[in-house]
Design a protein around this ligand. Structure first.
Ligand code: GDP
Ligand code: IMO
Ligand code: MG
Length: 429
């Protein structure tokens, strides 16, 4: 079986899009199974940049089938905008399939996302305001509208009417606003989308299952990251889905035994967008230097990402909860030009040493990093093609991380381009 899950090991934006794009040149199918267009996956091919949100990162490879699985919350407007941009760049988008079981994001989800954030005040999560949380709320509350509903105009009308009524009550009674959602407007807008996506809609569980059974190479593309997982992340500063490997099976509609390897995408340092505690955050000139060298500004919202040193407690936790079998180590080039580089090996809370990532955010907020300092390197490494040719101190840094996390680094990335990638062990072998 040649199936690989690609999972974010930190707080998202680790470089998942780049790795998927790189591997998609060998893959038959790429599947997304959770999240929606809160994701922002950047691909750079021959200097040209593509920012994907909902569309799987295999789309640049004409031979790869790209699946939007049942676990996705699907925003048709955002999807069609992405298609348009890709088509304008001569990318063929006919190889995209959308699950008939995926839930649909409506304008009221986005509005409610914004209203909930406003109501949280100082305790805001810092969401992407793409309506992700409210759409998953409808799903778990069992009133959501799925793609299969959207495909039938009568069923869609009945379900949408009831939702519009409920959401208008919510904004008037809870948020004290005027009734703001109009059935006719949204119904007609979405019927138009339905016609535009109809040919892509399929029972994608069958497609993925058949591909795996036929021995094809299938990649499960994670969005977000381990610490944004609804169960395993820094709750409540998380997203509303399961970006850990366990979530991929449900979200793609196949059994967990259909995922053979789990590759953790790991940034050479740590970043986070949105609110919540961050033990190794560098709110100083070192953090600023990382932000500038790493161009750490969000793909979706443009927000400056918070930056800090590598946190081995987090990546060790990601290795455990995802069952990582391999690591792709990203953005190593960003650390060129630091005399000393720190790795957080444990946390200190009062006089207690903590090795396992804690559940309580109040505890996490009290944790101080325990650092180990390594010598840095000054060379520009962006043109290096062979692992052996990396500066000795860069190799020592990687070796120490492998030792601390207990998983081998099989791929190293030294630039955003597809070509700036070193393979130590073939992931599909
Ligand atoms: P994703 O959400 O995990 O797909 O990651 P993002 O695309 O949001 O953020 C990663 C950023 O790093 C993007 O701008 C990538 O183009 C860029 N990137 C990926 N790998 C490397 C690398 O090895 N070096 C540098 N300098 N940039 C990289
Ligand atoms: P990719 O796939 C980084 C964060 C948001 C916010 C929290 C909840 O590009 O790595 P949401 O809109 O999902 O309800 O927001 O999750 N977040 C991400 N952070 N990368 C992402 O995706 C993210 N998707 C959501 O910033 O803190
Ligand atoms: Mg991103």
């Amino acid at each position: 079986m040649k199936t690989v899950a690609i999972v974010g090991s930190q707080w998202g934006d680790e470089g998942k899009g780049k790795v998927i794009d790189y591997l998609a040149t060998q893959a038959d199918v790429v599947v997304r199974g959770q999240g929606g267009n809160n994701a922002g996956h950047t691909l750079v091919v021959e200097g040209k940049k593509f920012a994907l949100r909902l569309i799987p990162s295999g789309v640049l490879n004409p031979n790869t089938v790209n699946v939007i699985g049942n676990g996705i919350v699907f925003d048709p407007k955002g999807f069609l905008e992405e298609i348009e941009t890709l088509n304008e760049n001569d990318i063929d988008t006919r190889n995209i399939k959308i699950s008939d079981r995926a839930h649909v994001v409506f304008p009221y989800h986005k509005e409610l996302d914004a209203l909930a954030e406003e109501a949280r005040g100082d305790n805001k999560i810092g969401t992407t305001k793409k309506g992700i949380g409210p759409c998953y709320m409808d799903k778990t509350e069992r009133s959501g509208i799925r793609i299969c509903d959207l495909m039938d105009k009568d069923i869609f009308a009945t379900k949408l009417k009831s939702q519009i009524e409920a959401k208008n009550k919510l904004v008037t009674n809870i948020y004290g606003k005027e009734s703001m959602f109009d059935f006719e407007t949204i119904y007609n807008e979405y019927l138009g989308y339905a016609d535009q996506i109809r040919d892509c809609v399929a029972d994608t569980s069958v497609l993925v299952y058949d591909a795996v059974k036929a021995g094809k190479k299938v990649l499960f593309e994670g969005a977000q990251g381990t610490l944004l997982d609804l169960d395993l992340g820094t709750y409540p500063y998380v997203t509303s889905s399961h970006p850990t490997s366990g979530g991929f099976a449900v979200g793609a509609g196949v059994g967990p035994n259909m995922i053979k390897d789990v590759v953790g995408i790991v940034k050479a340092y740590t970043t986070r967008v949105g609110e919540g505690p961050f033990v190794t955050e560098l709110d100083n000139e070192v953090g600023e230097k990382i932000r500038v060298q790493g161009r750490e500004f969000g793909t979706v919202t443009g927000r400056a990402r918070r930056c800090g040193w590598f946190d081995a407690v987090i990546v060790k936790y990601a290795a455990r909860v995802n069952g990582l079998t391999s690591i792709s180590f990203m953005l190593l080039d960003v650390l060129s030009g630091f005399n000393k580089i720190s790795i957080c090996t444990a946390y200190k809370m009062g006089d207690k040493i903590i090795n396992d990532f804690p559940a309580s955010l109040e505890d996490l907020a009290k944790c101080e990093p325990v650092y180990e300092e390594l010598d840095g390197w000054n060379e520009d490494i962006t043109s290096i093609e062979r692992y052996e040719d990396l500066p000795e101190n860069a190799k020592k840094y990687i070796a120490r991380i492998e030792e601390l996390v207990g998983v081998s680094v099989d791929m190293v990335s030294v630039g955003p381009n597809r070509a700036q990638t070193m393979i130590r062990k073939n992931i599909f072998a």
